[in-house]
Design a protein around this ligand. Structure first.
Ligand SMILES: [Mn+2]
Length: 173
C-alpha cells in the first residue's frame, strides 16, 4: 500500500486529483480475500503512510457502519477536520440480530440502524464541502435494476439527505 501511495500521490498533487479510498464492505474478513481498511485505526495507518490531503478516504457510512463498534459521525469529524475526506457515501444499513448480520435499508434514520442526522451534522459542523452521494439504493416500485443501485431509491436518498442539510443550515442561520 505504501509503495502504491508513494508512487501515485505526487502525481495526484500535480494534477489536482484527490484520491478517496473506500473501506472494506463489509468491514470484516470475506472469502479469504485481502482487506484494506475497516475502522479509524486502519485509516490512521494509511494516512501516515503518505502525508498529503491527496491521500484521502471515501467515507462510506454503510460499509463502516456495518460494524456497530465504528462510531461513524466521529470518524467523519476526525477525517474531515484533517482534510482527508473529499468524498462521502451516505447510506443506511439495518442490523437484523446481535451477531451483526445486516441488510441495506432506505436512507431514513427510522428505517435503519445508523443516525443519518448525526452523520449529516458531523459533515455540516466540520464545514465539509466535498461530494456526497446516496451510494446504494434498493430496487423498489417494481424496478428491475442493477442490484444495490436502484434509481428510485437513490433519488429518494438524495432528497432526504438534502432535506437534512437544509434543516441543518436553517438551524444555524
Ligand atoms: Mn460505498
Amino acid at each position: 500500500m505504501k509503495y502504491f501511495l508513494d508512487a501515485i500521490i505526487p502525481t495526484c498533487e500535480e494534477v489536482g486529483i484527490r484520491m478517496a479510498m473506500h473501506p472494506d464492505d463489509p468491514p470484516r474478513p470475506l472469502f479469504g480475500l485481502p482487506r484494506v481498511y475497516k475502522n479509524a485505526e486502519d485509516m490512521r495507518i494509511i494516512e501516515a503512510m503518505h502525508e498529503s490531503p491527496y491521500n484521502g478516504f471515501c467515507i462510506c457510512t454503510g460499509s463502516l457502519g456495518e460494524n456497530p463498534k465504528n462510531d461513524v459521525p466521529a470518524i467523519i469529524r476526525e477525517f474531515v477536520k484533517k482534510d482527508r475526506a473529499p468524498f462521502i457515501h451516505a447510506r443506511n444499513i439495518k442490523f437484523m440480530n446481535a451477531q451483526g448480520d445486516f441488510h441495506e435499508s432506505a436512507h431514513l434514520s427510522s428505517e435503519g440502524s445508523l443516525d443519518m442526522y448525526e452523520i449529516m451534522k458531523a459533515l455540516y459542523d466540520t464545514g465539509f464541502d466535498g461530494y456526497i452521494r446516496p451510494d446504494h439504493g434498493r430496487n423498489i416500485w417494481g424496478e428491475d435494476g442493477v442490484p444495490g443501485y436502484g434509481l428510485y431509491d437513490r433519488a429518494l436518498g438524495i432528497t432526504y439527505l438534502n432535506g437534512l442539510w437544509e434543516s441543518l443550515e436553517k438551524d444555524h442561520a
